[in-house]
Design a protein around this ligand. Structure first.
Ligand SMILES: [Fe+2]
Length: 353
């Protein structure tokens, strides 16, 4: 399967994965042919890329959490955030259950890395982003050796870190261009609003409220809202800050297309020490695949090869299958190379579609 842009080029091809909107509606079902009406609908919803079945069976990617749990978490997050914004009661038991499900699945698969792009509808970006940030934050904390009790508090804070956005007008949240200075000031209020909303209710641990408050703070004190620095920022918020930036830049937005994982990883590495905690960044980075399964790489031999497996031990050296000769001719049943065991072969660039 491979990730392709939503345009006429996918007409008649088969979708490789289900895509849901945040209310749990199936937008496109795996195995079905993409029709013209689907392309139109996906564009309307701001879905810019989809996984297409290209017949390559070797590339089957497993998500770090099951589709059922991710969709359930998405629905509940949307429902809970909307209710909290309106001051209504929320189903805390249900949220606890889905958080436990996410934690159980992540702990059962400690060797899985984030390999998939989470396809989201743009018009409800916030909710998918919250689930994505919770999953990435928990993966990082599991690597750091957190216990169940701490994971839960962190997970809740991560899931609702952007709760305050529920009070920010859609015209700012989904503006298809850069924000004006005034709009930007309004947008920045979401950290403090989320903190107040979470603190007012007894349903959540106060630490989770502080995650919402501090997730845009930076290590060197140049973040917002308070400009606190270093260890003054709660460790949970330092974890969520990494997950937040990574998830944000790898998702399509109205004003810019998503970045590829290796580009997002460079952004994280560039921000270590100024923006991100150098003691936490390695734990975070060990959980995201630089070259996700399915990516086509150009090797120093001139051949092109498709990534078929990535391991945490060697995140920059995946196992690949050669698909073209150095002069570009397709190869049937090309050889399999474990780049971690082949010091003379290395990727030089990505073959971008
Ligand atoms: Fe935020």
């Amino acid at each position: 399967m491979k990730l392709m842009a939503v345009n006429e080029s996918i007409l008649g091809l088969k979708a490789a994965r289900n895509i849901y909107s945040s209310d749990g509606t199936l937008l496109i079902a795996a195995g079905f042919e993409v029709k013209e009406a689907y392309i139109k609908r996906l564009k309307e919803l701001g879905v810019y890329s989809v996984y297409i079945d290209d017949g390559v069976r070797e590339v089957e990617v497993e998500d770090v959490v099951s589709e059922r749990t991710r969709v359930e978490a998405l629905k509940l997050t949307r429902d809970t955030m909307t209710r909290m914004g309106a001051g209504a009661k929320v189903g805390v038991d249900e949220i606890n259950k889905v958080m436990n499900d996410i934690m159980d699945e992540l702990m059962a698969n400690p060797n899985l890395m984030l390999n998939l792009v989470d396809i989201r509808a743009m018009n409800d970006y916030t909710f998918g982003h919250c689930v994505g940030v919770a999953v990435l934050s928990l993966m990082t904390a599991i690597t750091m050796g957190y216990n169940q009790f701490d994971l839960k508090k962190l997970g809740m804070g991560a899931l609702f870190h952007d709760l305050g956005k529920i009070k920010i007008p859609d015209s700012i949240l989904y503006k298809p261009g850069p924000l004006s200075p005034l709009e930007w000031e309004e947008m920045k209020r979401h950290s403090a609003i989320g903190f107040e909303l979470l603190r007012e209710r007894g349903d959540f641990n106060i630490v989770s409220a502080h995650v919402a408050f501090q997730h845009h703070e930076k290590l060197d004190g140049t973040g917002y809202p308070r400009g606190i620095r270093g260890q003054e920022i709660h460790e949970y918020a330092r974890i969520v800050a990494l997950a937040n930036v990574y998830d944000g830049v790898t998702t399509d937005r109205p004003y810019r297309p998503r970045k590829l994982p290796h580009q997002a990883i460079l952004i994280i590495r560039d921000g270590v020490r100024t923006q991100f905690d150098p003691d936490i960044a390695p734990a975070f980075l060990s959980n995201v695949a630089i070259y996700p399964v399915g990516t086509v790489l150009v090797l120093n031999t001139g051949e092109k090869a498709r990534v078929i497996e990535v391991t945490k031990r060697h995140p920059a050296s995946p196992v690949v299958r050669v698909i073209t000769t150095p002069d570009g001719h397709p190869v049937e049943e090309g050889r399999k190379i474990d780049l971690a065991k082949s010091p003379n072969v290395r990727p030089v660039s990505l073959d971008e579609p």
